[in-house]
Design a protein around this ligand. Structure first.
Ligand SMILES: [Zn+2]
Ligand SMILES: [Zn+2]
Length: 836
């Protein structure tokens, strides 16, 4: 018999699979649908390394399995190609980004095409295609033309907004603009001096640019912002609709949205006995109000400029404000760093519950984006306030009895030094003081979020143009929907200006246009969208990628939505996955999608790291190219190896020696064909086959690919021991192996004289009768202690049982220090005892 030569048939079968339209979705409407989505890649210049396809292989195995189970499976692929990395790559290599992106996509596609991935390529999309970003721009216009109706709890057309009748035209316009879900803002934004663009909070990591690591600065810049905060409550509440998301991801989203409930307390500001203003202070601990001994405001607090004339040490304060603007958020809030602040001389705040004056500090540990940019400091019961009060010798007044006589005390207990709150528990005191503040008209209940509105402008070239026009007569005017897309102009020079202006401003023939409202001369919006824009809705476009009438046909959307299974990296938990849920909910409000959440089940993929234990990177020279592995071992061996490396969601080290092992396994499967006879198998073997079918199917559904493969390996070893195996058993083995190894199984299928494609076979149903009659419960002991039982088929050898126990987490945890036991007592079908 010839050897297994993957080079001789993988390409041949790939061509036949594509030609046969095996992976086309939507061809059989009588089947139930199953939508399996990969997070689409950003096609970088360096191509794929072996870590990239891990998630794609897993989703492909599920796709193949679900097709065999009779589902109409949609499994598409596309390219997320706008954004900074593509632009920086293009600048560095002096190739226009549009050309670089096409080139990189071609490389990626070639690399993916040899891995046996069952994509429906007819639906391929790329976010940089004008036929695609036309609809990204269209969605932006819908945001602009909508407001959030808090009573109804959803977005509605801006034309339905109730505008107070007594406003003059300008006030009217401002009122409306202040309600749009896409709005212009002049608030200082996070600016990366290296990337030369504004960033959203989601683009930062501990106060630094997530992409390049530079410290971000606050820069006042006009920008477009999406009012994502209106959706904060729904983004939180609807996490409960997602029981098939990993809890860790849901928890990360909850923390990111960061809802806290509390009270806005009004402090009157006085100077020289005169009232000069008031300050709302958000607190989640109104019960500690009697212990407030100073008020601290952030350097960005607008009140500062209002009361500047009353502040005796204003030059000093001004300098402090400037210094704070140079610091990162992390520098400002780090508990280990020294807290700084300056007292506003000549001004004081009045505690509304005691009517006593307390000093006001400007302090940069208070952040402008939390609450009202001001805090009531209670040093006795807050860590930061305590450190600050010690440093500036401020009074520290306990108002809760501490259980350990230690300050600051942040636990619960009874109130003291708090007049009418004395003797109450913390939660009772919170209710009582909140009621009092509301009754007195000096406070109101409030909810705060860590989530901020989404800074949506980038001052860079390679992104979707924002479809707005600035007219000297009419102000900001949207581009009419029928004129979309606003094409990104092809230009030779697109370096970022660094001044905060988009490079598009220098392209005069593009910039100058006419106003859609008055027909006069006007200019286009020159900022572009962030790289997260196109990926916030791409899963909908696959459903109907060629539609030029709407972004997705209603009936088609109803058939396929929501995505049943979504696979990708955990690093997207608080970026893409929040943005996409937000856009989806907005589209739900518009009636474009029929279900409130886009992704029913979410699985995240663990990294593959280099053989040296480091992240794969050019820098370390530890990158393994999948093309080389496929050439040497075959795509099937690579697929199996990546799934066999360990639990799917955990990171694992690459070892080419391990790939040799999965290749040897496939060699065994190949040579087994020599053992086929017409004789029936014995019952024990039949039972093991049935058990393996059940195990592999269940493991695929639970993303336990490594244990599915080990079950297949155990079965193949068993078959190798036989003098003959039945043809039927061998075909069953090929069928359940085919999602993992589509090429080899197809070749063997064909060699055995079968017509058509193995991937079109039905997944075998488990013969329960065989399974039941030949099962036994085997007792597992460690040092004589029973630790569990295993339901096994009759007749398994000691080595087989040991292997199963090693792969069973509930049992192998009793294995002492991974050492070999001194003795193994084995009573076949009854008991195994490991003596250490
Ligand atoms: Zn940067
Ligand atoms: Zn106009």
């Amino acid at each position: 018999m010839e050897k297994y030569q993957h080079q001789e048939f993988e390409a041949k079968w790939e061509a036949a699979f594509q030609k046969g339209g095996l992976y086309w979705a939507g061809e059989s409407v009588d089947k139930d649908k199953y939508y399996i989505l990969d997070m689409f890649p950003y096609p970088s210049g360096s191509g794929l390394h072996v870590g990239h396809p891990k998630g794609y292989i897993a989703s492909d195995i599920v796709a193949r399995y679900q097709r065999m189970r009779g589902y109409d499976v949609l499994h598409p692929m596309g390219w997320d190609a706008f954004g900074l990395p593509a632009e920086n790559y293009a600048l560095k290599n002096k190739i226009h980004p549009s050309i670089a992106v096409e080139r990189n996509i071609a490389i990626f596609k070639q690399q993916l095409s040899i891995l046996g991935l069952s994509y429906d390529w007819r639906r391929e999309i790329k976010t940089t295609d004008p036929r695609y970003y036309r609809w990204t721009q269209w969605i932006f216009l819908q945001f602009y033309n909508s407001f959030y109706d808090r009573k109804a709890g959803r977005a509605r057309p801006i034309s339905e907004l109730a505008v107070p009748p007594d406003l003059n035209p300008e006030e009217r316009r401002t009122f409306i603009d202040n309600h749009r879900l896409a709005y212009e803002s002049n608030k200082p934004i996070n600016w990366c001096p290296t990337c030369k663009t504004g960033l959203a909070k989601e683009d930062l990591e501990e106060g630094r640019c997530e992409r390049c690591g530079s410290k971000v600065e606050l820069k006042p810049l006009r920008q477009w912002v999406l009012r994502i905060t209106e959706y904060a409550d729904r983004l939180l509440a609807d996490l409960d609709l997602l029981p098939e998301w990993e809890e860790s991801i849901r928890e990360m989203q909850r923390a990111w949205i960061g809802r806290s409930r509390g009270v806005n307390v009004n402090f009157v500001i006085r100077a020289g006995g005169q009232e000069i203003g008031s300050l709302a202070v958000f607190t989640t601990r109104p019960d500690t109000l009697f212990g407030c001994t100073y008020v601290a405001i952030c350097p960005e607090q607008p009140l500062l400029l209002e009361i500047a004339p009353y502040i005796n040490n204003w030059p000093e304060i001004e300098q402090y404000i400037h210094q704070a603007s140079q610091k990162t958020e992390l520098d400002r809030t780090d508990l280990n760093k020294d807290k700084t602040g300056i007292r506003l001389e000549g001004c004081e705040a009045i505690n509304p519950v005691t009517n006593q004056a307390v000093p006001i500090f400007v302090a940069d540990y208070v952040l402008g984006n939390y609450g009202q940019g001001a805090i009531m400091a209670v040093p006795a019961h807050d860590e930061r306030d305590y450190l600050f009060a010690q440093k500036y010798s401020l009074p520290i007044l306990p108002v809760i009895i501490s259980s350990d006589d230690h300050l600051p005390y942040t636990g619960s207990g009874k109130l003291i030094n708090s007049q009418f709150l004395n003797g109450l528990e913390v939660d009772e005191a919170q209710k009582a003081i909140t009621n009092w503040l509301v009754e007195q008209g000096v406070g109101e209940e409030a909810t705060n979020y860590r989530l901020e509105d989404w800074t949506f402008s980038r001052q860079r070239y390679w992104g979707e143009p924002i479809p707005m026009i600035h007219c000297p007569q009419c102000g900001t005017v949207p581009v009419p929907a029928e004129e979309l897309p606003v094409l990104l102009p092809m230009v030779d020079h697109y370096e970022p200006s660094g001044t905060g202006e988009s490079p598009l401003i220098t392209i005069k023939e593009w910039l100058h246009t006419t106003c859609p409202q008055c027909g006069g001369l006007a200019e286009r919006e020159v900022n572009t969208m962030p790289q997260w824009a196109g990926s916030s809705w791409y899963y909908l476009r696959y459903l109907d990628s060629l539609n030029d009438k709407c972004l997705v046909d209603h009936e088609i959307e109803r058939r396929w939505s929501p995505v049943d299974l979504y696979v990708g990296g955990a690093e997207h938990a608080t970026r893409h996955l929040i943005y996409a849920r937000f856009w989806h909910k907005f589209l739900y409000d518009l009636g474009i999608v029929n279900y409130p959440e886009p992704f029913t089940k979410l699985r995240h993929v663990g990294l593959i790291i280099g053989e040296d234990g480091r992240k794969m990177s050019k820098r370390w020279g530890n990158i393994v190219n999948p093309d080389d592995m496929v050439a040497e071992f075959g795509a099937d061996a690579l697929r199996l190896y990546e799934m066999f490396m360990g639990p799917f969601d955990q990171s694992s080290e690459w070892h080419t020696s391990g790939l040799k092992g999965t290749r040897r396994f496939l060699d065994k499967v190949w040579f087994l064909q020599a053992k086929i006879t017409n004789k029936a198998n014995d019952l024990a073997l039949e039972a093991q086959i049935e058990r393996t079918i059940a195990k592999v199917g269940g493991d695929i559904e639970n993303f336990k690919f490594n244990t599915a493969i080990s079950a297949l390996m155990i079965l193949v070893n068993k078959l190798c021991e036989q003098t003959s195996i039945s043809r039927d058993s061998y075909l069953k083995l090929l069928i359940i192996l085919s999602p993992f190894a589509p090429y080899l199984t197809q070749e063997l299928w064909s060699i055995l004289g079968n017509k058509g494609f193995i991937s079109e076979e039905i997944w075998p149903t488990v013969n329960d009768q065989i399974l039941q009659t030949e099962m036994t419960n085997l007792v597992v002991q460690f040092n004589g202690k029973t630790r569990g039982t295993l339901s096994l088929s009759v007749g398994m050898s000691q080595q087989e049982v040991v292997n199963i126990i090693k792969q069973t987490p509930e049992l192998n945890k009793y294995w002492v220090d991974q050492t070999e036991p001194q003795k193994i007592i084995f009573l076949p079908n009854k008991l195994i005892n490991f003596v250490f």
